[in-house]
Design a protein around this ligand. Structure first.
Ligand SMILES: [Zn+2]
Length: 408
């Protein structure tokens, strides 16, 4: 990377704080140095590489808060991933990371990855050996014996409070940024139901207390309201899926500041399941949970719960004419969030949950230059993210569907 600053021009900046038409964004190294109306920014610059964005809308890069680069569902497609050697798995995950960044997802929160390969992937991305988003990861998810997802090396079985403490500490020792715990059954486990409670209160308290003592937040895979209510009371920071919320538990989440990553895609992705050969019983359970899942989402919105973007499906996966990340964001928007809050749920909201708002989530001086440009206006319609054609991470252009910028 040269030391010459870069100025992005001929664009409208849109983030969760403001909208700046005919903006200029000055980038020095990997961070944004100035943003504002073109006539204010340009005089601050001596020599710079000018990049004309052709009237694009420029937003912060997307942050996908529920990803698994090593996902293996039941069925032929998943079995192939589950049978990879460690070397094959690492390369497969690196490929997923590259594809994810190309989609405009400049940061992810991994919430269960196999064999601690996520930590190697994060180091490789940070060192520039692999192209990919910034990775915040939970390492392996904690689960009771036989609990949700116990079949793979992306979970760690624990039983009893002491064991769950050891599990949380083990992930932190490996480098986990957060802890993921499975507190109820789910869609992908044949011998459990979505509403099977799986942890006792002392086990949940052990996970949450240990993680918080070490400065890590906890997110829980959770479906039924009663289990979620108990965990929220114990200080849980985020709920994944939330298939069966009630107005009462939604109100409790809003009052305690517990976020929700609804992953609406997982109960409406038949095309994806068919592609992977996911068996009939799982498809029925998933698609059958869809209407209740949407009711839950509506309750969360009505209560004012903080909603964040997360696809669960591999973030880059081609789906319904776009990729899984953008499709999930469209669903969030369409089912009640609307375009402005959808943009927040994909940028500043995740940055705040991750404690990374000084680095990510807005187009402001001091933040990483993690930016995406698209033809359509994301504040008019969330489908604008289908028109992403340019991606920058840390001041480096990693995708440009046109010819390169103009050097002046
Ligand atoms: Zn998941």
């Amino acid at each position: 990377m040269s030391d010459t600053p870069v100025v992005l021009v001929n664009c409208t900046v849109a983030d969760s704080l403001r909208r700046v038409p005919d903006a200029a964004v000055l980038i020095r190294g990997e961070r944004i140095a100035a943003v504002g109306p073109r006539e204010e920014v340009i005089p601050q610059v001596d020599a710079a590489t000018l990049v004309d964005l052709d009237g694009a809308h420029l937003t912060p890069g997307l942050v996908n808060m529920h990803t698994h680069f090593s996902l293996s569902l039941p069925g032929a497609g998943g079995e192939r991933v589950a049978s990879f050697t460690p070397h094959e798995l690492a390369l497969y995950m690196a490929d997923g990371a590259r594809r994810t960044l190309q989609c405009g997802v400049t940061a992810v929160r991994c919430v269960a990855e196999k064999d601690h390969a996520d930590f190697a992937l994060r180091r490789a991305v940070d060192a520039g050996r692999v192209s990919g988003p910034r990775i915040y990861t939970a390492g392996r998810a904690l689960v009771c014996t036989g609990g949700h997802g116990h079949e793979g090396s992306d979970t760690l079985e624990c039983d009893g409070a002491d064991d769950f403490r050891r599990g949380a500490r083990t992930q932190i020792k490996m480098g986990a940024d957060l802890i993921k715990v499975m507190i109820s059954g789910g869609i992908a486990g044949r011998h459990e139901r979505i509403d099977t409670p799986q942890l006792f209160a002392d086990e949940m308290a052990a996970v949450i207390g240990t993680a918080h003592a070490w400065g890590r937040k906890v997110t829980a895979h959770a479906g039924p309201a009663a289990v979620i209510a108990q965990a929220v009371e114990l200080g849980l920071d985020c709920v994944e899926h939330g298939y069966q919320l009630t107005p009462e538990v939604a109100a409790a989440m809003a009052a305690r500041g517990t976020a929700l990553v609804p992953t609406l895609l997982v109960t409406r992705c038949k095309e994806f399941f068919d592609e992977l050969g996911v068996p009939e019983w799982m498809q029925c359970r998933s698609l059958g949970a869809g209407p209740r899942h949407l009711e839950s989402f509506a309750m969360a919105l009505a209560a004012g719960v903080e909603v964040l973007l997360g696809s669960d499906m591999p973030p880059f996966w081609s789906f319904e004419g776009t990729n899984a990340t953008v499709r999930e964001l469209e669903y969030l928007s369409e089912y009640g969030l609307g375009p402005a809050r959808a943009l927040y749920a994909a940028t500043l909201g995740p940055a705040r949950w991750l404690g990374a708002e000084a680095d990510l989530g807005t187009v402001e001086a001091g933040r990483y230059a993690d930016l995406i440009a698209m033809d359509a206006d994301p504040l008019a319609a969330t489908s604008a993210f289908r028109t992403i054609r340019w991606v920058m991470k840390g001041g480096r252009v990693v995708r440009d569907d046109r010819a390169g910028g103009e050097r002046v």
